[in-house]
Design a protein around this ligand. Structure first.
Ligand SMILES: C[S@@+](CC[C@H](N)C(=O)[O-])C[C@H]1O[C@@H](n2cnc3c(N)ncnc32)[C@H](O)[C@@H]1O
Length: 304
């Protein structure tokens, strides 16, 4: 499949403080205007005397460690760094590092976060997909959501399924492809962890049969640079739409839903499915004829 590299900050050239500031303002147009992430990052930029000074603020290890303990603390720019580990950070250019502060790259195996209830019903959903069925996980961040879907498929004897993970941060996609998990202790709190992961001095990585079901690409739900429409039986879009508002939310939702084939399944997250702030998304789902499969869960059936 063609890589989807039509991302708006690509090839911006050398970073300057003014250029980075303009970039933040541009990216923020799609986000909740009240976003604390945007405010904090602009403050970090404005306090910086040079690009090097700015980049140093973005990876303050001490503050990132404190942020991981207590995410309610205001960030001085180390928010994005605190969501990935040093190896992934080292691969990111100043634009990507900036972008990673504007929308969380935090991700968990589905059983270890807000996806636990949906994950419990996932085998049943996967069992209903056709032979050779395809799932899309967008955004995939550093891979834990596609790995979770692959594990649910393998547990249910569905090694015929494949999962495409898509994210707009190229460094996250590269990390996902490597199979190496960004560490979080809760990810391994599952009885059969040893069946799916290997842990050694290099950290924890997904086993080859999990990785074999997964492929990864760069793409963007806002521009629609995504795999072809109607090509997936299951489209998972969790923990992203809630950051968008207004026309950007409509555009993202339209682009994501278009990837599902008629009669397919969409998997969202509890916030998008239920929160009052997300009424716009819920109305759009209803208008497009999507019906919730189970009360309290985030699966929606796409009309035929
Ligand atoms: C909170 S993570 C969610 C990851 C995964 N779905 C999960 O729930 O664990 C949000 C991800 O959205 C990605 N992202 C932000 N804007 C995007 C866009 N316009 N298109 C695709 N991915 C985007 C970020 O790079 C980040 O990896």
């Amino acid at each position: 499949m063609t890589p989807h590299t039509d991302v708006r900050w690509a090839a911006r050239g050398p970073a300057t403080l003014a250029g980075l500031r303009a970039f933040v303002v541009e990216v923020a147009r799609d986000l909740d205007p009240g976003s604390r992430y945007v405010r904090e990052l602009l403050a970090a930029l404005d306090a910086s005397t040079s690009v090097d000074d700015y980049l140093a603020r973005l990876c303050d290890a001490e503050r990132a460690a404190a942020f991981r303990q207590d995410g309610s603390q205001p960030s001085r720019g180390e928010r994005g760094f605190s969501w990935v580990d040093g190896a992934t950070w080292a691969e990111m250019d100043p634009w990507e590092r900036t972008l990673s502060n504007l929308l969380t790259g935090e991700t968990r195996m589905m059983w270890a976060g807000d996806g636990a209830d949906d994950f419990a019903r996932l085998p049943e959903v996967l069992a209903g997909l056709p032979a050779g069925g395809r799932a899309l996980s967008v955004p995939c961040s550093t891979g834990k959501e596609p790995f979770s879907i692959a594990i649910a498929a393998l547990r249910g004897g569905r090694a015929d399924l494949s999962i495409t993970g898509v994210d707009r941060q190229a460094a996250y996609v590269a990390r996902a492809r490597s199979g190496r998990l960004v560490p979080h202790h809760r990810d391994l709190e599952v009885d059969d962890a040893a069946r799916w992961f290997v842990t050694d001095e290099g950290g924890t990585r997904a086993r080859p049969d999990v990785l074999a079901l997964c492929a990864f690409e760069v793409g963007d739900v806002l521009t629609g640079a995504l795999p072809p429409p109607a090509s997936f039986d299951l489209v998972s879009c969790r923990n992203l739409l809630g950051y968008f508002r207004g026309e950007s939310l409509d555009r993202a939702l339209t682009n994501v839903l278009a990837r599902a084939r008629p009669g397919g399944v969409a998997l969202l997250d509890p916030f998008v499915a239920d929160a009052r702030e997300m009424r716009q998304a819920q109305e759009r789902l209803a208008a497009a004829g999507l019906r919730r499969r189970w009360a309290g869960l985030s699966f929606f059936d796409v009309p035929t």
